[in-house]
Design a protein around this ligand. Structure first.
Ligand SMILES: [Fe+2]
Length: 372
């Protein structure tokens, strides 16, 4: 993800289903102990013996961390030589790590697809051949073409695969803000505001970046139209979130302003233009960015996140370990069973969102001082 200042901003320190915890009300503050609750492993969704196209998904590889690069190196070529991998952004900050990672993945999988994440477009440590983040994007897409990584829509064995480029905008967040605490502004907490460089006319202040990135998908309109006419099963994927319901509510988050830098309404419109306003039993969208594993059906479309995330987050079993990754979402014409356990997603399957209740969760409140 993108945040600094407070360590483990995104890592939620306790199981949302704790019997001690009613996340909508916090009368039990003294009962909840500030310790990690053991999280059972998520089981890998694979059926090794049967033949047929297998599609795996993963996001947020962050291979600037050597542990994550080691994880990529450890993927089995033998097991995946006929498989497809969708990489939903945030591969690496540096160009060299990006190229190495995508080359390793292409050596492992028969087909690799990619959409850019925010970290991929940071210009902090790269040489000066990239003046801004758009030039870096172009360089990354050129590298993908050289390596053989797909960045455009394709049909594979009757399955449509559609990468969607996107960027976030602040107005994506429509839920009530948490007030009364010293919560750092986005410019202080989000490294994108310093590490990404944009040409004149593009800023994080309004919708300009989100619109600009969304418009990049227009060049694939013909391919998407063809896929829609031919394929009954389609997987689309992006780095950012298309719906706010795919992230916990602000009061649960270590950085309560997070929903302002995670998603795009334009992305959701594009997804609906592909899968239909009502979706279908075969409509699936994969995303990344927030580092929370997720698997939810919203208005007829299945939304899935399967993030590798940071080593420290895996150590704390934020998403039930790493043995289930990459997640096999599709095999021989059939979509995988719902990811389980899926922590915060499971919590919201049982509890309604109550965003008007803005009292910080106890594990969040201890990080912030009250305004006078
Ligand atoms: Fe990201």
């Amino acid at each position: 993800m993108v945040l600094c200042l407070v360590p483990h901003f995104l890592s939620l320190p306790r199981h949302p289903h704790s019997k001690h915890l009613d996340c909508r009300n916090y009368p039990h503050r003294t009962v909840v102990k500030p310790v990690c609750v053991f999280r059972p492993p998520i089981l890998a969704a694979t059926r090794e013996e049967a033949a047929g196209l297998r599609v795996f998904v993963v996001s947020d590889l962050h291979t600037d961390y050597s542990e994550n690069m080691t994880w990529v190196r450890g993927l089995s070529r033998e097991r995946h030589r006929n498989d497809v991998l969708l990489v939903a952004g945030d591969v690496a900050e540096t160009y060299n790590n990006f190229v190495l990672t995508m080359s390793l993945l292409k050596d492992t999988f028969e087909h690799v697809f990619y959409v850019p994440g925010n970290h991929d477009l940071w210009c902090r440590h790269d040489d000066h051949s990239c003046f801004d983040s758009l030039q870096k994007l172009e360089k990354l897409l050129d590298a993908c073409q050289r390596i053989g990584v797909e960045t455009k829509p394709v049909i594979l064995d009757g399955l449509g695969i559609i990468p969607l480029i996107s960027w976030y905008h602040e107005s994506f967040d429509r839920e009530m803000d948490v007030t009364g605490f010293h919560i750092p502004p986005l410019e202080m907490a989000c490294k994108d505001f310093h590490a990404c460089k944009w040409p004149d006319g593009l800023t994080n202040d309004e919708n300009s970046l989100a619109l600009y990135f969304d418009a990049m998908n227009d060049k694939n309109k013909g391919l998407v139209k063809e896929i829609k006419s031919v394929c009954s099963q389609i997987i689309s994927f992006s780095h950012f979130l298309p719906r706010q319901e795919l992230c916990p509510e602000k009061r649960m988050l270590f950085y309560p302003k997070l929903p302002k830098i995670i998603g795009s309404d334009f992305l959701e419109s594009r997804i609906r233009s592909i899968h239909g306003t009502k979706g279908s039993v075969s409509a699936c969208h994969v995303f990344g960015h927030t580092h929370f594993c997720w698997d939810a059906l919203l208005d007829g479309i299945r939304y899935v996140q399967a993030p590798l995330a940071y080593p420290r987050e895996r150590k704390r079993r934020m998403n039930g370990g790493e043995d289930w990754l990459p997640f096999c979402i599709y095999h021989a014409g059939t979509f995988a069973e719902r990811l389980s356990p899926c922590y915060w997603c499971d919590y919201y399957a049982k509890n309604p969102r109550t965003p008007d209740f803005t009292q910080l969760a106890p594990w969040v409140a201890r990080f912030y001082s009250r305004l006078p």
